[in-house]
Design a protein around this ligand. Structure first.
Ligand code: NAD
Length: 467
């Protein structure tokens, strides 16, 4: 049953808050593990439905669904199951001079009720992944998936209802209005994945309740192909990272800066890599079942307008550039000769369109990256370690990939998050657990005589002893 049709956001919130009060002493390690196992099992039981839903929503290829939607969530759950005992264990804090003899511990306490707002581009992974972290931390959750992927939202609703009691986790379906109605409620933590524009709205609304936030945002993630790159490997990795999910990935390479000294051979390798992955001809690419579609007519129109504007301004296509509105299909497109005034160089592209921009030296490319907001990911393809280190140290981004792209997303022992415009806080593994937990210090006095520090004060010398 669609839970959102039988309860208002206020009812849902009240039920979760009451559930939290009941669970306070009981939602320990065994209960959290049970919830995580139930979630994992419900995902397994609904795998065919997940495949069908993502295919219906934007023709996402089965291999990509398995690799980028199901695997990361199951890996997140398995990782939490393996590590939760350690994460939950009280951590001893060493005494300080002023607190000698006292017992100091840090205990992870569930923040309480959490709101998770998810985007459409990886609807399953970006809804159920954070949900797993919230359950590991012991929070109750309202999950609001995106309105742009209705079939996936139905499956997510079903999985959550199958796996978890209604006073622990509930899906509220809907669009902007539902999102805003939920943001008006006094959640303890808001975990938002989406655009920087909406991230600002979320943070403002959360501020009214002083709710903490995790903001997993987007932006333009640049790639640098240096003079010493292995061009064939770089081109294959970049083509895969850019065109899987049809470029609708927050950490997809947005644009490529290539050293002028290797521009021509890199472009040749890139064209060859695209042909190998998706077909040599326009017809073959269009028929490829390995290329997802654009999520909505609006996004299709936005992307085609970006390409048209670039072409009108003098940019050339190395490959692609064509689209079919009725199929929401856009061919893998590589643009050359773009300039900073064009939308493709100013806005997050979020589609299968890749501008390739030549640069002179390290200072040149660093200055161009510095000119924009701090990206979610920066990828460097280069074999010269000293150049890689120089580029890494002189730039700021949510994450760095060296001779690799996208794959850091799959590493549960790395925090996943942005900086500045690309996000606040982090997700995945321990950091996901920490996002939904309050680190509560507990200080216990056993035999330290504190009376000496209380009035009437007998000189400052005693306090000096503790300094
Ligand atoms: P979006 O910001 O438009 O929407 C995200 C969610 O917010 C949806 O559930 C939507 O219903 C809700 N929403 C939209 N407008 C709202 C408003 N005015 N008030 C309250 N809620 C609102 O993002 P999207 O188009 O779904 O996703 C694409 C964006 O997400 C890109 O910028 C991408 O880079 C980013 N993204 C980031 C990550 C990450 O992990 N950092 C992952 C995926 C996507």
């Amino acid at each position: 049953m669609d839970q959102s049709t039988i309860a208002t956001p206020e009812h849902v919130f009240a039920r979760l808050a009451a559930g939290n009060a009941r669970r306070r002493l009981r939602f320990g390690l065994p209960a959290r593990r049970e919830a995580l196992r139930a979630l994992s099992e419900a995902i397994r039981n609904n795998e065919d439905e997940i495949l069908a839903a993502l295919s219906a929503d934007f023709a996402k290829p089965e291999a990509e669904i398995r690799l980028t939607e199901i695997l990361p969530v199951q890996a997140e759950i398995a990782h939490a199951l393996r590590n939760l005992k350690r994460w939950m264990r009280p951590r001893r804090a060493r005494p300080t001079r002023a607190t000698l003899g006292m017992r100091a511990r840090i205990i992870s306490e569930p923040k309480g009720t959490a709101l998770i707002i998810a985007p459409w581009n990886y609807p399953v992974a970006l809804s159920l992944g954070p949900l797993a972290s919230a359950l590991a931390a012991g929070c109750a959750v309202v999950l609001k998936p995106s309105e742009l992927t209705p079939a996936s939202t139905e499956v997510i609703t079903r999985i959550v209802a199958e796996a978890l009691p209604e006073d622990l986790a509930v899906v509220c379906q809907g669009g902007v209005e539902m999102s805003q109605a939920l943001l008006d409620l006094p959640f303890d933590h808001v975990f938002f994945t989406g655009s920087p524009r909406v991230g600002r709205i979320v943070m403002e609304k959360a501020a009214r309740h002083l709710a903490s936030v995790t903001l997993e945002l987007g932006g333009k993630s640049p790639v640098i192909v240096g003079p010493g790159a292995d061009l064939k490997k770089a081109a294959r990795m970049i083509a895969w990272a850019k065109f899987s999910n049809a470029g609708q990935t927050c950490i997809a390479p947005d644009h490529v800066f290539v050293s002028k000294s290797v521009e021509a051979p890199f472009l040749a390798e890139l064209k060859a890599a695209i042909a190998k992955m998706y077909g040599r001809t326009e017809e073959a690419q269009e028929a490829s079942r390995d290329l997802a579609r654009i999520v909505s007519p609006d996004h299709f129109a936005r992307l085609m307008a970006l390409v048209a504007e670039a072409e009108a301004g003098g940019a050339r296509t190395l490959t692609g550039g064509k689209g079919q509105a009725e199929k929401r299909y856009i061919a893998p497109t590589v643009l050359m000769g773009t300039d900073p005034s064009m939308g493709v160089e100013r806005e997050e592209i979020f589609g299968p369109v890749l501008p390739v921009i030549p640069f002179g030296d390290a200072e040149d490319v660093l200055a161009r990256i510095e000119a924009g907001p701090r990206p979610l990911a920066l990828y460097i393809f280069e074999r010269d370690r000293s150049l890689v280190e120089r580029l890494r140290r002189a730039s700021s981004s949510g994450a760095v990939g060296v001779n690799v792209a996208l794959v850091h997303y799959f590493h549960q022992n790395l925090p996943f998050g942005g900086i500045g415009n690309s996000g606040v806080g982090a997700a995945h593994g321990y950091w996901g657990f920490a996002a939904f937990s309050h680190d509560k210090p507990v200080l216990e006095n056993r035999f330290t005589p504190l009376g000496l520090f209380m009035p009437p004060y007998r000189g400052a010398r005693l306090v000096k002893l503790a300094q």
